[in-house]
Design a protein around this ligand. Structure first.
Ligand code: C2E
Ligand code: MG
Ligand code: MG
Length: 309
């Protein structure tokens, strides 16, 4: 259809018999080399035990992750987002957890990066979106205005994402405006033009869009101005340090001003103390999320929390 498509390939090479004696192990090692090649800009890489430091762990995690969906081991957790002015719970962020039969509750930072590398994250995103859509009636009854779901770079590069999300919305009878999609700066800046095209489609479909971990990536203000985003989420590293570090406090204040001047709302993540809450309220930050209010909770526990709150 007249679109220019950039294709890239990563090659992993493993040699018999020095890298492995049997075929399965040989393929695994080639796979390790391939994922390393894909991560770096090199297109081909020969297996080396040095790149394999945690690869046994990584590979078993990868194949287990593929099965985690079938075995229903992923869990939806929700962390409330509170409006600073009213103190009301106005939203929640959907965060994935992996209830592993032996490893216990695996935090996302241990498997999202692998899921990103292999492209599996696209299935994970749809699973999260569906699990969240299923909760929407309950959340709306609690007074929530919307719920946030994280997207990854791979999702943004998937031209079919808007159609896939639309199918989930239709299946559950949920409007797009019930969702805020969080995208990190680095995901956008990986391939700004394609990301922009997807974001424009999602915006047109009615989704609210948020830039996550703002301040840690390489955002260009030129893009910020152009992209159809509604919200900036200040990275927790600045928020957590703002009590003790005046520079961080200045970054938070400036980001709130920047966002408001651009007509965006601002969320501070990582609010761990009452003092930070008070400072953010004084700076007219719109919403706060953090351990001071609540840790991420299993989805089924949110109603009881909201009732106490
Ligand atoms: P994120 O999207 O920036 O999510 C916020 C993270 O900050 C969550 O970590 C949350 O538990 C943590 N957090 C919230 N309040 C506080 C606080 O007061 N103090 C501290 N120290 N931490 C706080 P979590 O759940 O471990 O998730 C980490 C990252 O994993 C997320 O960062 C997000 O990038 C990724 N992630 C989680 N779930 C998903 C998902 O479903 N899809 C995708 N693509 N990524 C996900
Ligand atoms: Mg997020
Ligand atoms: Mg964040």
């Amino acid at each position: 259809d007249d679109h220019t498509v950039d294709l890239a390939a990563g090659f992993g090479v493993a040699c018999w018999p020095e890298h492995a004696a049997d075929a399965d192990a040989l393929i695994s090692r080639a796979e390790v080399a391939m994922y390393t090649a894909k991560r770096k800009t090199t297109s081909a890489l020969v297996y080396d035990p040095a790149i394999d430091a945690s690869s046994a762990e990584t590979l078993s995690l990868l194949s287990e992750l593929r099965r985690a969906l079938e075995r229903d081991e992923l869990r939806l957790f929700l962390q409330p987002k509170v409006a600073l002015a009213s103190g009301r719970i106005v939203g929640a962020e959907a965060l994935v957890r992996w209830q592993h039969p032996e490893r216990g509750m695996v935090p996302p930072m241990q498997f999202i990066p692998f899921a990103e590398q292999t492209g599996f994250v696209r299935q994970l995103t749809l699973w999260m979106f569906e699990a969240t859509a299923r909760q929407w009636d309950t959340l709306r009854a609690l007074g929530l205005e919307r719920v946030s779901v994280n997207l990854s770079t791979r999702d943004l590069l998937d031209q079919d994402l808007p159609a896939k999300l639309d199918a989930v919305l239709k299946r559950h009878g949920v409007p797009a405006r019930a969702f805020c999609l969080e995208i990190t700066e680095s995901a956008i800046m990986d391939e700004p033009q394609r990301a922009e095209a997807t974001l424009n489609q999602l915006h047109a479909a009615g989704f609210r869009l948020s830039i996550d971990d703002f301040g840690t990536g390489y955002s260009s203000l030129a893009y910020l101005k152009r992209l159809p985003v509604d919200e900036l989420k200040i990275d927790k590293s600045f928020v957590m340090a703002m009590e003790t570090d005046e520079q961080d406090a200045k970054i938070v204040r400036s980001t709130i001003d920047l966002a408001h001047n651009l007509g965006l709302s601002v969320v501070a993540e990582g609010v761990e103390t009452e003092a930070v809450w008070q400072r953010l309220a004084a700076l007219h930050c719109d919403e706060a999320q953090g351990y001071h209010m609540s840790r991420p909770l299993p989805a089924a526990e949110l109603p009881a929390f909201a009732a106490r709150w």
